[in-house]
Design a protein around this ligand. Structure first.
Ligand SMILES: [Ca+2]
Length: 403
């Protein structure tokens, strides 16, 4: 009996095709959605985040102005923020990268008209702090009231240092998870000790109730603030939840290298620790911009062997990773379940394919304009809402590709 011990060319071709499929580069052309981009708003001032209600009302923040709503009929009302808003926040400040950042609707928004905003406030001084405030809206989306600051002690970079200006690295994305808790991302403030600090709320992902209390199931190490879900982060710009498992995935700027997407584990350490690196020259003791991926890694598995591993590392140089959002629903065709990641410096929208463990197995760029992608939100209508640093908000609608 004889066997051909070498794979036939046809079998080899199938193998190559399977591998190409696994990397997401060989999807049938008709299975990739065509994208229709509708510009909803232009001329905005640093739009930072978007939340969409079931009735089509779209809330958006502008960094130095506040929160506004665009109703389904296209009319816009400023709800909360600087002078001219329905509810003025006299303590709101805009400084450097900081100001009004994330917005999230309460899971029961349809009945309680409650939403949440992340903002820089001067109620606390020396240092000022980032806060998460809760607001109630009226039924007509014309007024906001009942402000309650549910988190008031998120670290803020009050003073410039050798590596950057005041207001740097404030994090600021807020999203409700499928578990009903509010996840809040923060940044390291160019402070060497913040990410690994057990008590300071910078360089963290927090998980809290709608009153700002720690989610009871949070499991940070002993001695940590109970609101901490994960720690050891640099400047988390996006958080989204994988359909099916509900696992949170973050997107995070690297310094001059190593942008990271990371699946989070309750109580986990992201492995960012920009301090105490004697071999490096560290201005103001912040080593975050010194060294390289080996000497100042985004995930330092030498110091923290159990650190959460990234699912995707955006190649060598940082391209300024921004927001992330899972695409969900059959309308996304081959992209259903994939992770959209906005790249700011790189001016592109990356679509990642993940395996069952959450590791990225391939990435393609969406056919969309080259802009700085600041916010990504999947609306209840299944479309992707995008805010750009050029001051626009788009609705991106998937449809079957043309034959
Ligand atoms: Ca990391």
């Amino acid at each position: 009996m004889t066997h051909n011990r070498r794979p036939s060319w046809s079998a080899l071709a199938l193998f190559v095709a399977a591998c190409a499929g696994a990397t997401g580069t060989n999807q049938p052309p008709g299975d990739t959605p065509a994208l229709t981009r509708t510009v909803l708003l232009t001329g905005l001032s640093n739009p930072w985040d978007i939340a969409v209600a079931a009735d089509g009302a779209m809330f958006f923040t502008e960094k130095c102005r506040g929160l506004s709503v665009r109703r389904a009929d296209g009319t816009v009302t400023r709800l909360f923020g600087t002078s001219g808003s329905a509810l003025v926040a006299p303590d709101l400040e805009c400084l450097g990268q900081s100001g009004v950042h994330g917005v999230a609707l309460d899971p029961a928004f349809a009945t309680n008209r409650t939403l949440y905003v992340y903002m820089l406030s001067n109620i606390n001084t020396s240092p000022r702090t980032n806060r998460v405030v809760r607001l109630a809206l009226n039924s007509g989306y014309t007024s906001a009231s009942n402000r309650v600051d549910i988190i008031s002690d998120i670290a803020f970079k009050d003073v410039a240092n050798a590596v950057g200006g005041a207001g740097s690295h404030s994090g600021g994305r807020i999203r409700f998870g499928p578990d009903g808790f509010l996840y809040v991302t923060t940044g390291d403030n160019h402070n060497p000790t913040l990410p690994q600090s057990p008590t300071m709320l910078g360089g963290k992902v927090l998980r809290v109730t709608t009153s700002g209390a720690a989610a009871p199931s949070n499991a940070p190490p002993a001695g940590f603030d109970a609101r901490i879900f994960t720690y050891g982060h640099r400047n988390v710009q996006g958080i989204t939840f994988r359909p099916g498992t509900g696992q949170p995935f973050t997107s995070e700027h690297g310094p001059n290298h190593s942008d990271e997407v990371t699946p989070l584990v309750n109580g986990g350490n992201g492995g960012w620790d920009p301090k105490d690196r004697p071999a490096l020259v560290c201005p103001d003791n912040y080593c975050g911009y010194a060294g390289n991926p080996s000497t100042m890694p985004m995930t330092d598995v030498a110091r923290f062997p159990a650190a959460m591993r990234p699912a995707w590392n955006n190649g060598g140089a940082s391209q300024g990773m921004g927001p992330a959002e899972f695409l969900v629903g059959p309308q996304w065709r081959a992209w259903n379940g994939r992770l959209a990641v906005g790249i700011m410096g790189g001016s592109r929208l990356a679509i990642l394919e993940l395996d069952a463990s959450g590791t990225a197995t391939g990435a393609v760029d969406a056919s969309l304009p080259a802009v700085r992608y600041r916010a990504l939100t999947l609306g209840p209508d299944g479309n992707l809402y995008v805010a750009t640093d050029a001051g626009e908000i788009w609705r991106v609608t998937p449809s079957p590709a043309s034959p």
